[in-house]
Design a protein around this ligand. Structure first.
Ligand code: X2W
Length: 287
């Protein structure tokens, strides 16, 4: 009998696909901003897997926008060039020499690596930065941080234009300024949040190297509202690098993003698991 010979795994694969129908219907036409952090990127195979998930999203009618980081890659290049850099409250103190390296690494190397990976999976990716079409206009975040940008004006029409052309935008978190010739280094989470907020995205997925927001006992909290996040920050449960991330989450929800998910980008198919299965992944935050 044909059925007896069939591998059980195949049957469960088909079942998973069939069960995805309501999710595919729910997300058709949705805007999903995916922040792909430098720590979540991994090797070429992991990059290819991420790219395939993004192309699949586009194929089923979602409008994905990839906003990437690249902190570890910037660290490597600054070290090679003998330029010192340090982080203050989760942001890189960025002088004139460093901001040039940041732009070269993010807009040049990291952005194009992701664009190529998506194109290799049959997608049509176009890489831009916050400078293109004045997507992300910034002012200095804090004089102490040098050329670190705080987005103050978002012009997201270019993203909508790319969606309608069937293109997947891949955005490097480099901003332009109010004065001529200014370049700002923007934290990747901050940039993704500002873009998701301006698009009033259906989902902002923050892919990182942690499983989600944890409670005091180290257990991942799967569903939270903004108030619970504030409580966890106040009682010190959320600390360190998680603070800028959760501040992004709160600002994005305030700006009209329907829900934000913090999830472990190193998990295979993390984005598909979150969007198209009943399981979800990581921590989802919404009102
Ligand atoms: C970040 C931009 C890259 C980034 C930096 O210079 O490292 C600031 O800190 P990840 O991989 O997402 O951490 N900018 C201002 O955010 O990368």
């Amino acid at each position: 009998m044909r059925l007896q010979k069939m591998n059980r795994d195949w049957i469960s694969t088909a079942k998973t696909l069939a069960e995805a129908l309501p999710y595919l219907q729910r997300y058709a036409g949705a805007i999903v901003v995916v922040k792909f952090g430098g720590n979540a990127m991994g090797d070429d195979e992991a990059m290819a897997d991420f790219a395939r998930d993004i192309v699949l999203m586009k194929q089923v009618g979602v409008n994905p926008v990839v906003v990437h980081g690249g902190g570890p890659m910037i660290n490597d290049m600054l070290a090679k060039l003998g330029i010192k850099s340090e982080f203050v409250r989760g942001k890189r103190v960025t002088d004139k020499a460093a901001v040039e390296v940041v732009e070269m690494v993010l807009s040049g190397v990291v952005n194009k690596r992701i664009v190529q990976a998506i194109n290799d999976q049959g997608g049509r990716a176009v890489g831009i930065s916050g400078k293109d079409d004045d997507l992300m206009v910034c002012v200095a975040d804090d004089p102490e941080l040098g050329f670190v940008g705080k987005p103050v004006e978002m012009n997201v029409q270019v993203l909508r234009d790319l969606f309608s052309a069937g293109i997947i935008p891949v955005v490097a978190p480099v901003g332009t300024g109010m004065a001529d010739n200014e370049t700002f280094n923007v934290n990747g989470d901050t940039a993704a949040g500002a873009i998701a907020g301006a698009l009033k995205a259906d989902r902002l997925l923050l892919l990182t190297d942690v499983a989600g927001i944890k409670n005091k006992d180290g257990q991942v909290l799967t569903q939270l509202d903004p108030e619970q996040i504030n409580e966890l920050i106040e009682d010190g449960t959320i600390s360190g690098g998680m603070i800028p991330k959760t501040e992004t989450v709160l600002a994005a929800i305030e700006a009209g993003v329907r829900a934000v998910v913090i999830l472990d980008g190193r998990l295979p198919n993390a984005t598909l698991l979150e969007l198209f299965t009943e399981h979800g992944a990581g921590s989802i935050i919404r009102n």
